[in-house]
Each structure stands twice: as C-alpha cells, then as structure tokens.
Design a binder for this molecule. Structure first.
Ligand SMILES: Cc1ncc(COP(=O)(O)O)c(C=O)c1O
Length: 459
C-alpha cells in the first residue's frame, strides 16, 4: 500500500480494488496464526471456508505480475470520478452538523426517506409513504441481505438468474436459503456478431419448472449486471405473473435504475398484485457516483418493509448519517440540476466511446441497454497453447485465462463473468469478458489503445 502515494490515477484505480483483495485475505492470515498456535478448535465457519479464490484477488495478482505497468483497471464497477458538486458539498456541510455525526434512526434519516419517496412517487403513480414504505440500508447489498434475513428460513428456495451479482449467493445462504438458478441464454450468434443485450433471453418454461412449493423469493436485476439487459415490460409481466400465481416475493434489484438507454420498466409499477409482492432495491452509491458511501434503500409494501427494517436493525443498527443527508440533497435537487438526464447521456457516451474499439477490431459484444458494464465475446482471441497460466487460473474456465492474458499482454484489467455463474452453466459465458466503463474518458482512450494490441492474437 505504501506505493500508493506515487501512483498515477490509472494505478490508483487498481489499488482501490487491491484494498478489497486485502480484506479478503484477512481471515486467511487469522487462520494461519491460530493453526500455528495450535488452537485446533478454532475453525472457520463453512460459509467462509473452502471458497474458491475470489475473482478480485486473482485479478489483483495478475495485475501485480504484469509487465505492463500501470494497469488500466476496467474491472470493478466503481467510478473513476467524483459525485457532482451539489452532492459533494452537501456531504461536507453535513459533517459540520452535530446531529449528522450521530446514529441515524434505524430505518434511515427522515429527510432521505422523504426525498426518495418524493423522487419515486411519480413512477409509482401514487404517493409513497416515507415512514412505512422506504427503509435506508448500508448500500443495496446490506439491504438485500436484510431482505433475505427477513423472509428466508433454512431450506427455503430463492430463484436467481445467471449470471448473478456475486453477493446474492452468500446473502441467500447466510439465513440458510437454497439457491436455484435459471440462466439468461446468450444469443446463439454471440461469438460472431454484436447484438443487443436484450437478446440474452429467459426461457419461461425453465423458470416455471424451477418454482417449487419451497420457492419463497426470486431476485431480478434490471438493468442487469453484467449483461446490460433491461428486462422488457413483457418479460417482467411474465415473471410477475408467475410470482403472483405462486405467491413469491420479488426482490427487484434496480440499482442501475438511472442508467438506461432503452425504455425502462420498474417491476413494482406493473400491477397492484405485483406491487404487493415486490421489494425494490436502490443504491445511492450507484445513482450518485459514490459507491464508497454505502447508502442504499429498499422500497415496498409496508407489511414487507417492516420485517426488512427489523433485520437491518439487527445487522448493523443504522447506516452512515452524514452521507444519508448528502444523498437526500441529491434526490431533492437531481431533477432541477438536470442530473438524471446528464447521467444517462454521459454514461451512454462513455459506452459508445469505449465500444468503438470492438467495432474496429471486429470483436462482437452485447450492446448494453443499461448500466455501465459491457460483455465482450473474445472467442476470436487465440490463447497460445503453451501460455504460462498459473495453475489456479489454468483450472478455471476460459474467461479467467482471457482476463489473465489481457492483463499480462495488453495491461487492461477486466472481469471473467463465469464468476457470476454456477459451475453447471459457466460454459455459457466462458468466451466473454466484462469491462466497466464508468471511468474518465482518458482512461477509456488508454484502454482502447492497449486493446488494439489484441489484433495480433485474433484469428
Ligand atoms: C446488481 C448489483 N446489485 C447490487 C449491488 C450493490 O450495490 P451497493 O454498492 O449499493 O451495495 C451491485 C454493485 O455492484 C450490483 O452490481
């Protein structure tokens, strides 16, 4: 970490994810030292032991080993730039106020709950009650953990679509839930031509078959990470219909809800029956370019939200006070500041700017309908047969090798998406690599320059 002080912005981006790798390493060091002291009764719980080496530490290891320093980091989905001034200034001002530096109420600061209710009521077509229908959480992630803790008993089944946001897995497993996966099927032409992310399809027969009497919840993510798909109204209606028929709670993860490039439908707004079963997940971190602030929220019917709030209180009591206040200002002023329009415009420009390199190279990708990730199909990249991949990379699907190779040979970090699949369906994505475009334009241009170097490895 001491090297960090002399890092350029590109390098700095990488150290941010290095921090997460270091976090993952802490338990390992702990176990080593307890083993050395002979405390054989102290063993890690199954939920944290025996996990495969996580993707973030593999990517960091690859980056450290690469001769192409500094690496351009397009892997993790954090922003390469700051929130807008009106929100940053609100955070600074909040720090000067005594009550903003103290515990927030467990369900969140009243000003933020009201600001969210006011911002979303027009989409819902009715007044959302900030006291009973909104609860603030420590990022969307902890909000989802609270939702699973609130409703899942050991043995209950939760359906998730593959690829999935990786945190869903542990969040569902912690209360004893059983994960049932249903794949989004990539377009059959994915290796040969670019097509819309919309073409990753749900097989509704497969979905219906996955439902059993034990199915308690389904998790939906639109706009989708990593596919970039915005579920169509028809697809959402079909999913909603199945959930109403079988009384299944819908956890609709809409953290990228302000980044859509095609019409976007919010699950909860489809019908009163669907709304009665839907908890919508939001993230101020994603909305306002501040993923480190850890401010998220859940909205839904009062008789679901009250249990989620109860679980949240037990998990972390309440969430960061001053930054909730800043996010409240964000929601209050975003429309008047033209922020929601500019966030779409700016991210779409970044997406188009970056994807030009794939058009140049003739490398197909899934053209995103929303969010800030793009999946690129690298079937055309020929990995040298004798390439010296370390064993723990050689034993993973091809996308891990592609990601390692990209870092070593062109110095660009990206994420292998089979990390977001169960082993059974990993083959669906083993030719793809995920890039995050929420970076400064100069970083995107540098990445493009380097990625042009792939030409010599293409068929
Ligand atoms: C699909 C999805 N859901 C939830 C989250 C977590 O959001 P937060 O940072 O607010 O916890 C992420 C973050 O990457 C995500 O991609």
């Amino acid at each position: 970490m001491s090297r960090m002080h002399s890092f350029s912005p590109l390098q700095f981006a990488l150290t941010t994810s290095t921090a997460s790798a270091i976090t993952h390493k802490v338990p390992r060091r702990f176990f080593q030292s307890t083993a050395m002291t002979g405390l054989s009764r102290i063993k890690p719980a199954a939920r944290v032991s025996g996990q495969k080496q996580d993707v973030w530490s593999i990517i960091n290891e690859a980056a450290a080993a690469s001769p192409k320093q500094p690496i351009v980091n397009m892997g993790q989905g954090f922003f390469g730039y700051n929130p807008p001034d009106f929100i940053l200034n609100a955070a600074k001002e909040a720090l000067d106020r005594v009550e903003c530096n103290q515990y927030s109420p467990t369900k969140g600061r009243p000003r933020l709950k009201k600001a969210i209710a006011d911002a979303y009521s027009p989409f819902w077509g009715r007044k959302i009650d900030p006291e009973t229908e909104v609860t603030i959480t420590t990022g969307a992630n902890e909000g989802m953990l609270s939702a699973f803790m609130a409703f899942i008993e050991p043995g209950d089944e939760v359906i998730i679509f593959e690829p999935f946001f990786d945190q869903y897995i542990s969040n569902i497993e912690m209360p004893g839930g059983k994960i049932v996966t249903v794949p989004l099927h990539p377009p059959s032409t994915g290796a040969t031509r670019t097509s819309s992310a919309a073409d990753w399809a749900v097989d509704f027969e497969e979905l219906e078959k996955a439902i059993t009497p034990k199915t308690k919840m389904i998790v939906l993510n639109t706009p989708h990470n990593p596919v970039g798909k915005v579920f169509s109204k028809k697809e959402l209606q079909n999913i909603g219909h199945l959930c109403v028929k079988n009384e299944i709670i819908i956890l609709s993860d809409e953290v990228y809800d302000r980044l859509y490039y095609v019409p976007f439908t919010r699950m909860s707004t489809l019908s009163p029956e669907i709304e009665a079963l839907t908890i919508t997940v939001g993230s101020a971190g994603k909305n306002f370019y501040a993923t480190g602030w850890r401010v998220g929220w859940l909205m839904g019917p009062a008789d679901l939200i009250k249990y989620v709030s109860a679980a949240h209180t037990r998990i972390c009591y309440s969430s960061v006070s001053p930054l909730q206040e800043a996010c409240a200002v964000g929601f209050e002023q975003a429309s008047a500041q033209g922020f929601w329009d500019s966030t779409i415009h700016d991210m779409k420009s970044k997406m188009d700017r970056f994807n030009k390199v794939w058009d140049e190279l003739g490398m197909p990708y899934s053209d995103p309908e929303g969010g800030y990730f793009v999946l690129v199909n690298m079937n055309k990249v020929k990995l040298p047969e004798d390439y010296p991949f370390p064993d723990h990379v050689a034993s993973r699907p091809r996308d891990f090798k592609l990601a390692w190779f990209l870092i070593q040979e062109v110095g660009v970090a990206a994420i292998p998406p089979t990390e977001f699949y169960t082993d059974k369906n990993a083959h669906l994505a083993e030719d793809y690599v995920r890039f995050a475009v929420c970076k400064d334009d100069e970083v995107l241009e540098e990445a493009k320059n380097r990625l042009r170097g792939l030409k010599k490895y293409m068929e």
